[in-house]
Design a protein around this ligand. Structure first.
Ligand SMILES: NC(=O)c1ccc[n+]([C@@H]2O[C@H](COP(=O)([O-])OP(=O)(O)OC[C@H]3O[C@@H](n4cnc5c(N)ncnc54)[C@H](O)[C@@H]3O)[C@@H](O)[C@H]2O)c1
Length: 360
C-alpha cells in the first residue's frame, strides 16, 4: 500500500538577490554539464569565465551565453562586477588560484574534492578566515532530492534514533577517461564516494571509527581503488555501510540508500547513477511505526546533476547576504575530508581509524 509523502521541502534556500556577480575559473566538463545549466535555471548572474585553454572558455561562453571571457585570472579579478569566484578545476590546481582570489577579497566556491590532502585543505580554510571571505565547497549531493528528502524526514522525527544506514552503488564508470585522476594514488573515494561520505555525515554526524577496503577490477590499469567497502561505527550503536563498485559490466546496475531507525525506515534510489550523467528522478519511500505497514512513496526530478548545483552557490550567496556560514563551508568540509582520509589510512594500514585522528 502506498500514498503520497507529506510535503517535503526539497528546494534550496535561495539568496534574496540574484545580482551577485559570479566569475568562473575552469571551462571543463562539470561547468558545461552542471554549473552553467543550473545557474542559468536559477537566474544567477554569471559575469564571465576564464580557462587556461582560452578556446574552451570561448566555446563554453558561446554555448551558455556568458558575456565575458578573460585571458587570465588577474583580468577576472580586476572586474569589479565579480563578487564570487567559482573554481571548477582539479584539486591540485586549486591552492594558487584560491590564494589569489582571497588576496583580491573575493568569496569563492571550490569543486570537490577541496584538496588531495588534509593539510592543504586546512590551510586554505585558515587563509579564508584570515582574509574574511566566505568559502564553500561544491558538495551538492546534499541538495539531491533523495538526500534532502531524507534530511527532511529525519528532521520531522520519522526515523527516530538512527540504527543502520547504507548507500550501495554498483555502476560502470570508465575512470580511464580522466587520465590525471586515473594516474593518481586515490580515486573512488576522493572523487566519487566523497559525495556519499559528505551526505551521510550531514544526515548522521561524524562516525567514531571507520574501516575501509579498496580494490579494483583485474583488468584495470590504475593503482588506485575503483571499488570500496566501508563500515562506519558510532558509539551510539549506529552502523553505516558504503558499498561502491564502478566495475559492473552486467546490466543490473543499482544505486540505493536505506536508513533504519527506532521509529521508521527510509529508502530510495539515486537516479543519477543509473545512467550518469543524464540521470533519472530519485525515488524515496518511508514507513513509520505511527502507520505500520504503510509505505509512503514519492519521485522527485530535482537531480543531483545538474539541479542540485544550485544548492552550494545559493547557500554561499545567502551566507554573504547574512554574514553567516554556507552549509557546505570550507570549515565544514574539513570534517568530510577527515573521514575520507581516515578511510584511506584504513585501506593502507588494514585497521580501524578514527576520523578525529586525521589532522595533517
Ligand atoms: N560535484 C560534482 O558532482 C562533480 C562532477 C564532475 C567533476 N567534478 C570536479 O570538478 C573538477 C573539474 O572536473 P572536470 O570534469 O570539469 O574537468 P575537465 O578536465 O573537464 O576541466 C577542467 C578545466 O580546468 C581548466 N584548468 C585547469 N587548470 C587551470 C588553471 N590553473 N586555471 C584555469 N583553468 C584551468 C582546464 O583547462 C579544463 O578546461 C574536478 O575536481 C572534479 O572532481 C565535480
Amino acid at each position: 500500500m502506498s500514498s503520497p509523502c507529506p510535503d517535503l521541502n526539497l528546494k534550496p534556500e535561495m539568496p534574496r538577490r540574484r545580482d551577485h556577480g559570479i566569475g568562473i575559473v575552469g571551462a571543463g566538463g562539470v561547468v558545461n554539464f552542471a554549473h552553467l545549466p543550473a545557474y542559468n535555471k536559477a537566474g544567477f548572474k554569471v559575469v564571465g569565465i576564464m580557462d587556461m585553454d582560452r578556446v574552451r572558455a570561448e566555446q563554453t561562453a558561446a554555448t551558455h551565453k556568458v558575456s565575458k571571457v578573460y585571458s587570465t585570472l588577474e583580468e577576472l579579478l580586476r572586474d569589479s562586477d565579480i563578487e564570487v569566484v567559482d573554481i571548477a578545476v582539479y584539486p591540485w590546481e586549486v591552492p594558487p588560484i584560491a590564494e589569489q582570489v582571497m588576496g583580491a577579497g573575493r568569496h569563492f566556491l571550490c569543486q570537490k574534492p577541496l584538496s588531495i590532502d588534509y593539510g592543504t585543505a586546512a590551510r586554505l580554510v585558515q587563509l579564508a578566515k584570515e582574509a574574511k571571505v566566505k568559502m564553500a565547497v561544491n558538495q551538492q549531493m546534499r541538495w539531491d532530492a533523495g538526500i534532502r528528502g531524507t534530511h527532511e524526514l529525519i528532521r520531522q522525527g520519522w526515523l527516530g534514533l538512527a540504527t543502520y544506514a547504507t548507500i550501495q552503488v554498483h555502476c560502470l564508470t570508465n575512470w580511464a577517461a580522466w587520465h590525471s585522476m586515473y594516474a593518481g594514488k586515490h580515486l573512488e573515494v576522493l572523487y566519487h564516494s566523497i559525495h556519499y561520505v559528505d551526505s551521510l555525515r550531514f544526515l548522521l554526524g561524524v562516525p567514531d571509527r571507520v574501516f575501509s577496503s579498496g580494490s579494483r577490477m583485474p583488468e584495470e590499469a590504475t593503482e588506485a581503488e575503483t571499488r570500496t567497502l566501508s563500515v562506519w561505527e558510532y558509539d551510539s550503536g549506529l552502523r553505516v555501510l558504503i558499498d561502491v563498485n564502478h566495475g559492473v559490466w552486467q546490466d543490473d546496475r543499482y544505486a540505493i540508500f536505506r536508513f533504519e531507525g527506532t521509529e521508521g525506515v527510509i529508502k530510495g534510489t539515486i537516479g543519477l547513477m543509473y545512467n550518469y550523467p543524464t540521470g533519472r528522478p530519485d525515488t524515496l519511500e518511508f514507513m513509520s511505526k505511527k502507520n505500520p505497514g504503510y509505505w509512503h512513496s514519492t519521485r522527485h526530478d530535482y537531480l543531483w546533476i545538474p539541479d542540485a548545483f544550485v544548492g552550494p552557490m545559493a547557500s554561499l550567496q545567502r551566507a554573504i547576504e547574512d554574514d553567516s556560514e554556507p552549509l557546505t563551508s570550507g570549515e565544514d568540509n574539513l570534517k568530510t575530508l577527515q573521514i575520507v582520509f581516515a578511510q584511506y589510512r584504513s585501506m593502507d594500514e588494514g585497521r580501524v581509524v578514527s576520523p578525529k585522528d586525521v589532522t595533517g
